[in-house]
Write a protein that binds this ligand. Structure first.
Ligand SMILES: Cc1ncc(COP(=O)(O)O)c(C=O)c1O
Length: 390
């Protein structure tokens, strides 16, 4: 099969946050910057997904929908074949997204005032899920060793003493780590010693570069470990606007607590289009995903080489997973507001400031590689040009 990830597809006027939201986020005078920020991709979804949506749309009644057995079968087949993890139907809670699931986990598995650990720099909703629910945020910052981030396991053990829940990001956004089995076993051992529950956000589970293997934390866990896994086809197949995700929780008590958290708001995930796309992606999207990963690996290699050669003062942290590239810009010697305006005003590219991922992100920027390679090349050319002395 032939997949064309080089084809540019204009997104302006589609209500795209990444493209149409630029004026609101970067200011009206920056409405035309080249956007490589919010984590979706500028690629067409797999044809099988589009076909399933069109077929569903052809039936003109869009009523309340059940979650069909075939939806679970598609998820279970994918988790088993791709991730070696057999799951049972009763473990699955359908959810309207992974971020709502983070909130549900905090609400269901902890009480107000109790401690929740996050490992910064990390995807910003990890912080807000703890703060808005009135829990106590405990940070275990990752450590940058050479060009690779690691978990500070000694400090994690210390944090675990006063926490009820760890929100793990695996693979980790924004630093691109794919955690090893050894690292994950160490996390499980700490959680076991301190009675800690773990919400493992594995939304990026399929996006690992050739040669790397994503390990599902729950697959490594024992029967008494409390691990809840959040997954979705949304990042893998570029369908995040459609919402549907799955929380997988083998433990009946934790599962009941999560269901109760969703029930309190009567949040429903049953959108007929989300269901159609989710099922088609996991059932038929494998070849498309493999081609995507090969393409992204090429873009990663290009970007790493270009930045090393042409962007003095900037060091790219090589990602093992995700289509996100974490740029260490501390060599430029700019404070965070100045760094942000350098990228916008001088380079004319819209990235996520590292500081929005927590204090350890100060001096960093996050660049989204999920675009045709020519777009990434254009953005990096602009950056190199902006760095040249006048
Ligand atoms: C780690 C992580 N979790 C969750 C999400 C978003 O999940 P959802 O759109 O299903 O709420 C993202 C999006 O970037 C993410 O990186």
């Amino acid at each position: 099969m032939n997949f064309d990830f080089d084809r540019p597809i204009p997104r302006e006027g589609t209500g795209s946050v990444k493209w149409d939201g630029r004026a609101g986020v970067f200011g009206p005078h920056n409405a035309d910057v080249l956007p490589l920020w919010v984590a979706d991709m500028d690629f067409a979804a797999p044809e099988a997904v589009t076909r399933a949506l069109i077929e569903r749309a052809a039936h003109p009644i869009y009523g309340y929908s059940l979650f069909p057995d075939s939806l679970f079968d598609a998820l279970a087949g994918w988790m088993h074949q791709r991730h070696g993890w057999p799951i049972e139907r009763e473990w699955v809670i359908w959810a309207p997204g992974v971020v709502p699931s983070l909130h549900a986990a905090v609400l269901g598995l902890t009480r107000p005032g109790e401690g929740v650990i996050v490992q910064s720099p990390v995807y910003p909703p990890f912080f807000s899920a703890v703060r808005v629910t009135g829990r106590r945020l405990i940070e275990n910052p990752l450590r940058l060793e050479g060009d690779r981030y690691v978990m500070d396991l000694a400090h994690l053990e210390h944090c675990a003493k006063e926490a009820r829940l760890l929100i793990l990001c695996s693979p980790h956004n924004p630093v691109g780590r794919v955690w090893t089995e050894e690292e994950l076993q160490a996390v499980l051992a700490i959680a076991r010693r301190h009675g800690l529950a773990i919400l493992s956000d594995e939304i990026h589970h399929d996006l690992v570069y050739p040669g790397e293997t994503h390990q599902v934390l729950a697959r490594l866990a024992g029967p008494d470990d409390r691990v809840v896994t959040a997954v979705a086809p949304s990042k893998s197949f570029n369908i995040p606007g459609l919402g549907l995700s799955a929380l997988i929780c083998p433990g009946p008590e934790d599962r009941a607590a999560l269901v109760h958290a969703f029930d309190q708001l009567h949040v429903s995930a049953s959108n007929p289009f989300g269901i159609a796309a989710f099922e088609a992606a996991y059932r038929e999207g494998g070849p498309w995903l493999d081609a995507l990963l090969a393409y992204l690996a090429g873009t990663r290699a290009f970007a790493l080489g270009f930045i090393a050669r042409e962007c003095p003062g900037i060091r790219a942290i090589p990602p093992q997973g995700t289509y996100l590239l974490w740029l260490d810009c501390r060599g430029l010697g700019l404070d965070d507001p100045t760094l942000k305006s350098f990228f916008l005003e001088k380079a004319r590219i819209g990235l996520n400031p590292g500081i929005s991922f927590g204090a350890p992100g100060s001096g960093f920027m996050r660049l989204n590689l999920g675009a045709p390679r020519a777009t990434v090349a254009e953005a990096l050319q602009r950056l190199a040009q902006a760095l040249r002395p006048i």
